[in-house]
Ligand binder design. Sequence first.
Ligand code: AMP
Length: 280
Amino acid sequence: MKIIDNIKELKEEINKLKGSIGLVPTMGALHDGHLSLIKKSVMQNENTIVSIFVNPIQFGVNEDLDKYPRQLKQDASLCEKEGVNIIFAPKVSEMYSCEKNNLTLICPPYEVVDKLCGKSRPGHFDGVCSVVAKLFNLTKATRAYFGQKDAQQLFIVKKMVKDLNFDIEIVPCPIVREEDNLALSSRNQYLTENDRKLALNISKALFNIKKLFKEGISDIKVLIDASLKIMDGLDVEYIEFVDKNTFDFQTKVDRNTLVLIAARVPESKTRLIDNIDIWE
Ligand code: AMP
């Protein structure tokens, strides 16, 4: 496995590869969620590239860019075990030669970013799409692997690929959870013991919605009220019901419903997101 930090060497190595290339874009601090994407890529492709880059242009000014966990050595040994061919871990200056306001960016339309995570994180998805597009170009990947955990991101990346005719297949991967159903996230490292206990109520609320729906309750207000009770003590940013194919808000639950939650825990103020497909 090669660990590459510059574009010149990346291009040289990519030109030597034979067969399909799977790309797994990450910000590092790898956990079993990331590893599920990597395993899938290794299974489906002759070559797998994992990018590890804490992308500054997708962070807002008051967000956790500086404290985001960076643990390349540990990440590299996990990737090596999975059979990854290349880790691409560039410095910020290698990816961006100027400030965000001077860069050519890919900006998804207002309609898809002015809701859910995009609403509280203005510019976030411009940063995501721009870095993902650069990684697609640099790696010449055949397939790229994204987690359903970041459902709005997955939806927006798929739309970008379609709208801009990128010649790449986007492979969605299911959410990996701890035994108690907490969705794995690099940001879980920030959680205090008490935060972690409270954070569990996010997945509890989601699984409860699914259970209630199966019992015949499809009134969104009833489902939201039940969820907010479960999430008492959390600062809930949103709980929304969308059609998973369009990301349009719904007024009634049906088999296409995806329920999404973003909430902050009280002590570390960590912002967590999770979602559930009501029908799966
Ligand atoms: P990140 O490093 O947080 O930017 O995540 C990199 C990729 O891993 C994204 O496509 C995420 O959706 C995916 N991912 C993160 N956590 C999970 C999880 N618990 N289950 C599945 N995929 C995940």
